[in-house]
Design a protein around this ligand. Structure first.
Ligand code: MN
Length: 438
C-alpha cells in the first residue's frame, strides 16, 4: 500500500510556475494521462500545472533510468495499459523521478538542468486529452447508500433499500465502448419509454436525462481466471482514480430495469476525467471507513480487512455544477447543484475489487469500475437530478429564472473532486464535463 514520502511534502514547489497553487495539478499530484498535439500520435503524459510532461520524450531523454525508465517507455504507447500492467513499483519510481526533475532547484540536484527538462513540456491548452486506458470491461457499482436509499424510495416507496444491500456490493456490467473523456458531447439518446399512465410504450428522444456523480476506479494489474483477489491485496491491483459521470435516461430506466437491471438507460455514454490520480498520489488522503451504523451486519470475512477499514476511505470533496446556454450567454457563473464527501460510500474500493473477483472473475489491466452515485443524506449533497428534484416533482430554479427537473439541450454539467486533508497540499482530478446536444 503506497505510503507518504518526499513527493507529498507540502513545502515542495515546482519551477513550472503554474503548478504552484494549482487547484488540481500541483507537483504533489503528478496524474497520468494520454494526450496528443496536432497530428502527433497519442502518448502518455503527466499533468503539472497547466503543462504536460511528455513521457515518450522523457523516455528518450536520457534523464531517467532503471524502473522509472521502464515505466516511461511503457507510457510511450497510445494508452497507459502497458504502464498500468507493470504495477505499483515502476509507477512509483517514475513518480519519484519526475517529482525530482520538476521540483524547484531539484532538477540540478537530480543531475539534470531545468533546461533539459523544459523541452519535454507541452502546454495543456494545445493538447487533446484521450482516455487514459483502453478499457476492456466496465462495471458500475452502487456503493452510495444514501443514493440507493433515495432512488429506492422513488421507485419503491415502501421498500427503498433491498435486503441484500448491506451484505453484498451491488453492481452491473456496463458498456466499455461508450466511455469517453471529459468534453465529449452528450447526445440525447432515443429510447423506448412508457409513462405510468400511458397505455402503451413509445419510442423517441428521451425526456428525463440525468447525470450521476461517481468515481472511476482503474485496474492496474489483473488476476487469472478462477483466482480471486484477496481483500488485503485488492488495492495493489488498483492504479488510480478518476471522476466518472454515468449519464442516465431515467424514463428508459424505469421501464426497462426489471428484472435484469440497467441496460440502454445507461450505456449511451459515460464520461470520465482524463487524468488518472494514482494510488501513490492519494496516499495522504486515506481515512478510516466510517463505522457501520449500529445494527448493520458485519461484512462476510472475504469483504473484511482491518487495514482497509482503517484507511480504505478517501478524504475527498465532490461537487457538481450546472450551467445552461442562457446562463453562459448572460455571463452567469455555473450553479453548484451539490457538494459532499466521498466518505458516503458504504463499501470501500478494496471491497468492490475483492467482491468483483471473489467468484474468480478475471479482471484485466485497464478495466474500469464505477462506484455508483455518491450522495449524502441531506439536500445539497445528492449526486443526481433524480434525487434533487424528487423524480421531477420539485424543479430547481436557476439565476436566469429557468427551471430544471432533468437536463435540457445546451446544459453543461461538470463534476469536480478535490482531495483535502490537514498537512497536505490539496490535489484534484481536473475537468469532467459534458454539454447536452439535441
Ligand atoms: Mn451509476
Amino acid at each position: 500500500m503506497p505510503t507518504i514520502d518526499a513527493t507529498h511534502a507540502p513545502t515542495l514547489r515546482s519551477w513550472v510556475e503554474s503548478a504552484n497553487g494549482h487547484r488540481d495539478f500541483p507537483i504533489q499530484n503528478l496524474p497520468l494521462g494520454v494526450f496528443s498535439r496536432g497530428d502527433e500520435r497519442p502518448r502518455g503524459g503527466i499533468a503539472i500545472g497547466d503543462m504536460i510532461l511528455d513521457l515518450a520524450a522523457l523516455a528518450g531523454s536520457g534523464l531517467v533510468e532503471g524502473a522509472a525508465l521502464d515505466a516511461a517507455r511503457a507510457a510511450s504507447a497510445d494508452s497507459l495499459n502497458p504502464l498500468l500492467a507493470l504495477g505499483a513499483g515502476p509507477r512509483a519510481a517514475l513518480r519519484r523521478r519526475v517529482s525530482a526533475l520538476l521540483t524547484e532547484g531539484g532538477a540540478e540536484q537530480a543531475g539534470a538542468g531545468r533546461s533539459e527538462v523544459e523541452p519535454l513540456l507541452v502546454p495543456m491548452a494545445e493538447a487533446t486529452l484521450h482516455l487514459p486506458a483502453r478499457i476492456g470491461d466496465y462495471t458500475d457499482f452502487y456503493v452510495g447508500i444514501h443514493h440507493a436509499t433515495n432512488i429506492g424510495t422513488l421507485f419503491r416507496p415502501d421498500n427503498p433499500l433491498l435486503p441484500n444491500y448491506k451484505h453484498v456490493p451491488i453492481g452491473y456490467h456496463g458498456r466499455a465502448s461508450t466511455v469517453r473523456p471529459s468534453g465529449a458531447p452528450v447526445i440525447r439518446p432515443q429510447g423506448q419509454t412508457k409513462a405510468p399512465d400511458a397505455e402503451a410504450p413509445s419510442f423517441g428522444p428521451i425526456k428525463r436525462l440525468d447525470y450521476e456523480l461517481e468515481l472511476g476506479v482503474w485496474m492496474g494489474t489483473g488476476n487469472a481466471l478462477g483466482q480471486p483477489i484477496p481483500i488485503g491485496e485488492a488495492l495493489d491491483h488498483v492504479a488510480g482514480l478518476t471522476l466518472l459521470n454515468d449519464w442516465s435516461a431515467r424514463d428508459v430506466q424505469a421501464w426497462e430495469y426489471q428484472p435484469l437491471g440497467p441496460f440502454l438507460s445507461k450505456n449511451f455514454l459515460t464520461t470520465v476525467s482524463p487524468w488518472l490520480v494514482t494510488m501513490e498520489a492519494l496516499a495522504p488522503f486515506r481515512i478510516a471507513q466510517p463505522p457501520r451504523p449500529e445494527g448493520d451486519p458485519r461484512p462476510l470475512p472475504y469483504l473484511w480487512d482491518e487495514a482497509d477499514q482503517a484507511g480504505g476511505a478517501l478524504s475527498l470533496e465532490l461537487e457538481v455544477f450546472l450551467s445552461t446556454a442562457k446562463m453562459r450567454a448572460a455571463g452567469i457563473a455555473p450553479v453548484r447543484l451539490s457538494h459532499g464527501p466521498a466518505a458516503n460510500m458504504y463499501w470501500t474500493v478494496a471491497q468492490m475489487v475483492a467482491h468483483h473477483a471473489s467468484n474468480g472473475c478475471e479482471m484485466n489491466t485497464g478495466d474500469l469500475l464505477g462506484t455508483g452515485t455518491i450522495s449524502g443524506p441531506d439536500d445539497g449533497t445528492q449526486g443526481s437530478l433524480m434525487e434533487i428534484t424528487r423524480s421531477g416533482r420539485q424543479p430547481i430554479t436557476l439565476p436566469t429564472g429557468e427551471t430544471r427537473t432533468f437536463l435540457e439541450d445546451g446544459d453543461e454539467l461538470a463534476l469536480a473532486g478535490r482531495f483535502v486533508t490537514d498537512g497536505a497540499v490539496s490535489i484534484g482530478f481536473g475537468g469532467c464535463t459534458g454539454t447536452v446536444q439535441g
